[in-house]
Design a protein around this ligand. Structure first.
Ligand code: ZN
Length: 499
């Protein structure tokens, strides 16, 4: 095929795949925000049809031909080579995983989800165990289809974090465990909990929404290209860079869940809004990985949103929005935002213990797919690891192994991206400060644009140009490592607890 024709054909076919993905995302957002209760069955059929069309398009000879023709002419390191690399992942996945297995995975997903809910209600692992066993067996089959010679866990991880491997993650998590577990134990031994009084009060939902929107807009989220809706779980969906949808939830006696939830999703949203318009509807025109996506949300939630500089700007605004509710000064509020409280539930964890929750899941997933842990031993192994790492033993499976939905949906290899993102956030923030100077003084003046511009250039506009680990190394000048995260947490703990 002639070069220009091959490229034209390639981009046309990939544009359709992009649109099909966007349609799926829009349906997912609608499912969580507007769909009536009885809409589920019809929605399942709709999603099935879309998935079928996408599979046909990805495996069609025309796609294979256009992809190979472009691969032949793409110069190493060029944009076209990156486009081919991104497109090839989806094509290979569709080609390698037999349709029968794809269907079996979809089918087990809905029954496993039902069994997981039933098991949670009964606070009993037994109703879920057989379906979990099937899910693991099918994922092992999928991993073998994707990578016949490689470790099963790497194939699963690669779906969420391209080019990350178990061998790369093991030392990262070992260092985190080694450094964080003693820190958490030391805080526990101190016994003195931080008084949460400064953050308690009455925070009506509508006023929280006004405040959350004002903060989102101030840090750079563009509401002419994005929306914020209430939902049971906070999340962000990027239909395209001009249509980014965030959700939020709130608690009326504490402003933190809503504010930090919104800042987290705004971080995801800024990434989507910052993708290069030139690459829209192309394989490279999307975020490069889940880990890098999470680095953006954690950076705005923790490094910006929990900083003293941010609160010098935000506190007077919060006090104006909720008269009489938060009457303290920044110095009294700040320790409450960084308090360490080991708990059993991941989604409620503070920024220090959070990564230990992920370490537990990483350890168990590896063992399940490496073959040395059986499904029946999983609940006990979960409890033992919580006791070892967090000093707490779950009293039941609802507060233990059944707390997250991910495994019920068959999502193995997903959890580590949360910690990779948290590490990358600390490394990116440290690099930005090295290049831009003191950021907190600027936050105190309500100026968030220099940090956002830096992230736009280093991360957002790059889209899928480089795989996650390479992108972080290019942006920060060193390979992804836990050093900056540990330095940040140790510095913060010394400040809060006087270590
Ligand atoms: Zn996130």
């Amino acid at each position: 095929m002639e070069r220009s024709r091959a490229e034209k054909q390639f981009y046309a076919l990939c544009g359709e795949i992009y649109d099909l993905n966007a349609a799926e995302e829009l349906l997912e957002w609608d499912h969580e925000t507007h769909m009536p209760k009885r809409g589920g069955a019809g929605r399942g059929a709709l999603l099935g049809t879309l998935a079928g069309i996408k599979h046909q398009r990805l495996t069609a000879p025309a796609m294979r031909e256009a992809l190979e023709a472009c691969a032949e002419v793409a110069e190493p390191g060029s944009v076209l080579a990156a486009q081919v690399r991104c497109a090839r992942r989806d094509v290979e996945h569709a080609v390698r995983v037999p349709e029968k297995l794809t269907r079996a995975l979809a089918e087990v997903k809905s029954s496993a989800l039902g069994a997981w809910q039933e098991a949670r209600q009964a606070a009993d692992w037994a109703p879920f165990a057989p379906l979990f066993e099937q899910t693991v067996a099918l994922r092992k089959e999928e991993a073998a289809a994707l990578s016949p010679d490689g470790p099963a866990y790497d194939a699963l991880l690669d779906v969420f974090e391209p080019e990350a491997t178990e061998a790369m993650l093991v030392p990262l998590f070992a260092r985190l465990r080694q450094a964080l577990a003693p820190l958490v134990h030391a805080v526990a031994e101190r016994g003195a909990a931080i008084d949460p009084a400064p953050v308690r009060g009455e925070f009506p939902a509508d006023a929280q929404e006004v405040f959350g929107r004002a903060v989102a807009a101030a840090v750079g989220f563009d509401f002419t290209a994005g929306t914020l809706h209430p939902a049971a779980h906070p999340f962000c969906v990027g239909i395209n860079r001009d249509d980014v949808r965030l959700t939020w939830r709130w608690q009326e006696d504490d402003f933190r869940p809503a504010l930090f939830g919104i800042l987290h999703e705004v971080g995801h949203g800024l990434y989507e809004q910052g993708l290069d318009p030139e690459w829209q509807r192309t394989p490279m025109g999307e975020a490069t990985s889940l880990g890098v996506h999470e680095s953006q949300s954690r950076l705005w939630e923790n490094h910006v949103g929990r900083s003293r500089g941010f609160w010098r700007w935000a506190l007077p605004r919060l006090q104006a929005q909720f008269p009489g509710a938060v009457s303290c000064q920044v110095d009294a509020l700040w320790p409450v935002l960084h308090a360490v409280e080991p708990s059993l539930i991941r989604v409620e964890a503070d920024e220090t213990t959070y990564n230990l929750h992920i370490a537990v899941r990483f350890e168990l997933e590896r063992a399940l797919f490496g073959g040395d842990l059986s499904v029946s031993d999983l609940p006990g192994a979960w409890d033992d690891l919580y006791e070892e790492l967090l000093g707490l033993r779950p009293p039941n499976v609802v507060e233990g192994v059944l707390q997250d939905i991910h495994w019920a949906l068959g999502m193995f290899g997903y959890f580590p991206t949360y910690t990779l993102g948290t590490m990358a956030a600390a490394q990116l923030y440290a690099a930005a400060e090295r290049e831009l100077g003191d950021l907190e003084e600027r936050f105190a003046a309500g100026a968030f644009d220099s940090l956002l511009d830096w992230l736009r250039e280093k991360i957002h506009r790059q889209g899928g140009r480089y795989p996650g680990p390479e992108l972080i190394e290019r942006a920060t000048g060193k390979p992804l490592a836990p050093d900056d995260l540990l330095a940040y947490l140790e510095r913060t703990m010394a400040d809060v607890y006087g270590f």
